[in-house]
Design a protein around this ligand. Structure first.
Ligand SMILES: Nc1nc2c(c(=O)[nH]1)N[C@H]1C(S)=C(S)[C@@H](COP(=O)(O)O)O[C@H]1N2
Ligand SMILES: [Mo]
Length: 195
């Protein structure tokens, strides 16, 4: 097994458990789009159908996933569109500092632009060579390997460019705004402790 390092306070989960809030959405290709909106450079919204993703640059990222409740799974191979490629296709306005990643049913996660543009941040369509399963986010899932799992929406539908920060779904419900697993940023009350 690919035994990577676990952040402090994390334990290894058996297999790849499924964990999320709410039901698993059904994929309806004719109604599905990925939208980039908010503070775009052009002021226009960008929108793609699922098949359009195949024409975008693609990358494979090997990533460990860390859930803020204390379990980790290691050595996932995700394949999809690097977030940096999406930024090239839909340039943000110069004053964009954060993004909100939006999923089905209104799930959201805010990210600093620097976390979104990290080399390993990927809009994944495949896992270990197979399309994502419905439970793990098919057809599209954001993976931000260097942050806790709640920063990576399954069933991703949109990226909103923001010129100031705004808290997402779990960030509004007591979870840490940044979510760095290596410094144990789990809870929002820790935000008072400093960076
Ligand atoms: N849309 C959506 N995405 C989500 C969540 C959710 O509740 N809804 N939960 C997040 C959390 S807290 C974790 S730890 C991971 C879990 O991913 P997994 O079920 O593939 O292990 O999904 C993340 N993405
Ligand atoms: Mo999680």
């Amino acid at each position: 097994m690919d035994q990577g390092m676990l952040p402090p306070g994390q334990r290894l989960a058996k297999g790849w458990p499924v964990s999320h809030y709410g039901p698993v959405p059904r994929f309806r290709p004719e109604r599905w789009s990925l939208q980039v909106f908010g503070a775009t450079e052009s002021g226009e919204k960008h929108s793609w159908a699922f098949d359009d993703l195949a024409d975008m640059p693609r990358v494979t990222v090997v990533a460990d996933l860390h859930c803020a409740t204390g379990t980790s799974t290691l050595g996932h191979e995700f394949f999809g569109v690097p977030a940096t490629a999406l930024l090239d296709l839909a340039p943000p306005a110069v004053d964009v500092s954060h993004v909100m990643a939006w999923a089905e049913y209104g799930y959201s996660a805010n990210l600093r632009l620097s976390d979104f543009t990290a080399d390993s941040t990927v809009l994944a369509t495949h896992h270990n060579g197979e399309p994502l399963t419905a439970e793990h986010g098919f057809p599209l899932r954001l993976v931000v390997p260097h942050l806790f799992g709640y920063k990576g929406p399954k069933w991703l539908r949109g990226i909103e460019y923001m010129t100031q920060d705004r808290r997402g779904f779990w960030e509004e419900r007591g979870y840490h705004n940044i979510a760095d697993p290596w410094t144990g940023q789990r809870h929002s009350y820790q935000e008072d402790d400093g960076p």
